[in-house]
Design a protein around this ligand. Structure first.
Ligand code: SAH
Length: 248
């Protein structure tokens, strides 16, 4: 079995050793029961992956001797960068979207307040929400062995989310689109380097929002005749794009 990978902070590495207490210690030693001599990989926030072996396990900390390191800025540079542009859903559905989306390789998440989003984010809640959402992607990245952490950012409305994204391929999932399917969208042209996909909230997109996105070059696409829940749509689109252009 290949060595387990842990997400670490670059500050933990010094003079050829890395040492950990707290969560990483618990995960390595208590949960995975790794011990002296076991190989591990450590990935930091700058995209450096360190290879090493555990050389000391104490009661509350563990030390890893580093044998080599490599800069892996892009874990999977052949896959397009996929941005999930998600209207804020109700309750804790967003947690699921961020967690599963991170596992499926979303590059980043732009959350926005849809006209039909039931949940609202007040200005004074933004920082704490963003902190929580970014913790979810960090934890999911750690769990699935991703060296990079998808960033979560907030945009107040569809207009801010749609304008000037710079992505090569822009799609909006819209059940009102009857003629153009996702299959059509993925079969024209070659593999893009960046993709953004807009997904509506439970109540769907307001026609005005579809117009905004279209104006900014988002192609409306249908996922078929069944109406998917917003979280299903978000997770499914990532799996499909990764299968088509990514490493799956
Ligand atoms: N408009 C519906 C359902 C919204 S489903 C209603 O009034 O209840 C939530 C979001 O998932 C949609 O905004 C859309 O982005 C996406 N979605 C779900 N099913 C879809 C389909 N068959 N085709 C395209 N997008 C879909």
């Amino acid at each position: 079995m290949s060595a387990r990978r842990f997400m670490i902070n670059s500050r933990s590495v010094r003079d050829g050793y890395a040492s950990f207490d707290g969560d990483i210690y618990n995960h390595m030693v208590r949960v995975l029961r790794l011990g002296t001599g076991d190989s591990v990989q450590l990935a930091d926030e700058k995209g450096v992956v360190y290879y090493g072996t555990i050389n000391q396990v104490a009661k509350e900390w563990v030390a890893v001797k580093i044998t080599s390191s490599v800069l892996v800025n892009e874990i999977d540079s052949n896959s397009p960068h996929i941005t999930i542009c998600q209207a804020l859903p109700k309750g804790d559905k967003i947690d699921l979207i961020l967690q599963k989306g991170t596992e499926l390789g979303a590059h980043d998440f732009w959350l926005f307040g849809g006209r039909r989003s039931v949940a609202k984010i007040r200005d004074d809640q933004q920082d704490s929400k963003l902190e929580r959402w970014n913790r979810i992607t960090a934890e999911a990245a750690r769990q699935c062995g991703r060296p990079d952490i998808p960033q979560v950012t907030w945009r107040p409305s569809a207009v801010e989310a749609a304008s000037d994204t710079g992505h090569e391929l822009r799609l909006i999932l819209w059940e009102g689109e009857k003629d153009y399917s996702l299959k059509d969208a993925l079969s024209v042209g070659g593999k893009p380097s960046t993709v953004i996909v807009a997904i509506g909230p439970e109540g769907g997109f307001d026609p005005l929002e579809v117009r905004h996105f279209s104006q900014y070059g988002f192609q409306p696409v249908s996922l078929g005749t069944r109406i998917l829940r917003t979280e299903t749509a978000s997770i499914a689109i990532l799996a499909i794009i990764q299968y088509t252009w990514g490493e799956m």
